[in-house]
Design a protein around this ligand. Structure first.
Ligand SMILES: [Zn+2]
Length: 174
């Protein structure tokens, strides 16, 4: 028996997948998924849109650790970046034309923000008509937010160190 050759990687768990697994998955789900993650995909309550999948794959290719159809415990987010603490929602037209949907989106944004996540709404139209520019702008947002979070964390860890040093110096004076 020929050994299996893993030429591709699952876009969810990063496990190696064979050409045939990849072909099957791309044909059926428009995503490279391993067999285990194909089960996950089949069990999803709502199938992600082609726009969300296209954006997700592009961000993965650019090296971002993003998750598709991420459940945060109370709701499912189209694409989530934990590194940047950003939720990306890829919105159809009804998000801006239906009042109920618009209000629901605002509450989702609020509850995500309470957990520290900023919600980025990306209209389908931007992905459909200006994909490269849309993906580039989103990449920049993810990078910038990650950088800001890192410098904030560094600043707070410095101030913690400063406090420790100050406390130590005060002890010495006594
Ligand atoms: Zn997988």
């Amino acid at each position: 028996m020929r050994p299996l050759i893993y030429n591709e990687h699952c876009c969810k768990c990063s496990r190696g997948i064979t050409f045939s697994e990849n072909d099957y998955s791309i044909n059926h789900f428009q995503l490279p998924l391993c067999i285990k993650c194909q089960h996950w995909y089949r069990g999803l309550e709502n199938e992600p849109t082609l726009y969300a999948k296209k954006l997700f794959l592009s961000l993965r290719e650019k090296g971002f650790r993003v998750m598709l159809e991420y459940n945060d415990g109370s709701k499912t987010i189209d694409i989530c970046s934990e590194d940047s603490m950003i939720h990306i929602e890829v919105d159809g037209e009804h998000h801006s034309t239906k009042t109920k949907q618009a209000i629901s989106d605002l509450w989702r944004t609020y509850f995500s923000l309470k957990k520290g996540y900023y919600t980025l709404h990306v209209p389908n139209l931007a992905i459909k008509e200006e994909f490269e520019q849309t993906a580039r702008a989103i990449s920049n947002i993810l990078i910038e937010r990650k950088r800001q979070r890192q410098s904030k964390n560094e600043a707070s860890s410095y101030s913690f160190q400063d406090r420790l040093i100050n406390a130590f110096v005060r002890q010495l004076k006594i």
